[in-house]
Design a protein around this ligand. Structure first.
Ligand code: 5GP
Length: 184
């Protein structure tokens, strides 16, 4: 594996997460929320973000997979995760979302397929409100229109790892967000 290059440092992440937490606290004005993290990549972001939000909060997690379409790790690094739209639910939420304020927490918004799918799934649970927060956004990769309500950082079309994001299940525990150089 080639050397990783830091794209966003742990300090930059911490101050941006605090800003987003303050925005959510202000926007929800005292109402309780449920954070729904997308497994597994958003787990670390959810843990940090939730501690920056001054509201009554509970956690839930949802799982998706692009099985059948997900390329090998090497292809994923080279071309990104070009799912053909066949996102499927591997784990639904555990608690009722009905009439609750739901905040869907995702690690990275890329083609937009995953969040469009999850938005439909969660709206089916009839929440009082649904907001989407994505730590990272690669706007140049979009295949389906999707805008998150809160975005940590817009990044170029690079493959990134760390702070929850993996490459073949590795590097999730890196404290910084790093670029994996693409093989030439
Ligand atoms: P989308 O459906 O928006 O194309 O993809 C979202 C999912 O693709 C993310 O949740 C993440 O799992 C994966 N993904 C997209 N870009 C990257 C990246 O640069 N690094 C990693 N580790 N995963 C990515």
């Amino acid at each position: 594996m080639p050397e990783l290059k830091v794209l966003i440092s742990r300090d930059q992440i911490a101050s941006r997460v605090a800003e987003i937490g303050a925005d959510i606290t202000r926007d929800l004005s005292g109402q309780p929320v449920i954070f729904v993290g997308v497994l597994k990549g958003a787990a670390i972001f959810l843990a940090d973000l939730a501690r920056q939000v001054q509201l009554d909060a509970s956690f839930d997690f949802i799982g998706v997979s692009s099985y059948g379409n997900r390329p090998s790790p090497a292809q994923e690094l080279q071309h990104g995760w070009d799912s053909t739209g066949e996102v499927r639910l591997t784990k639904d939420v555990d608690q009722s979302m009905r009439d609750r304020n739901v905040i869907l927490v995702e690690d990275i918004l890329d083609t937009g397929l995953t969040l469009n799918f999850l938005k439909r799934v969660l709206l089916g649970h009839q929440p009082k409100s649904l907001r989407i927060v994505a730590l990272l956004d690669k706007p140049s990769r979009r295949k389906q229109p999707m805008q998150a309500d809160y975005v940590g950082f817009a990044i170029p079309d690079e493959f990134v790892v760390g702070y929850g994001l993996d490459y073949a299940e590795q590097y999730r525990n890196l404290p910084d967000i790093c670029v994996v150089p693409r093989p030439v």
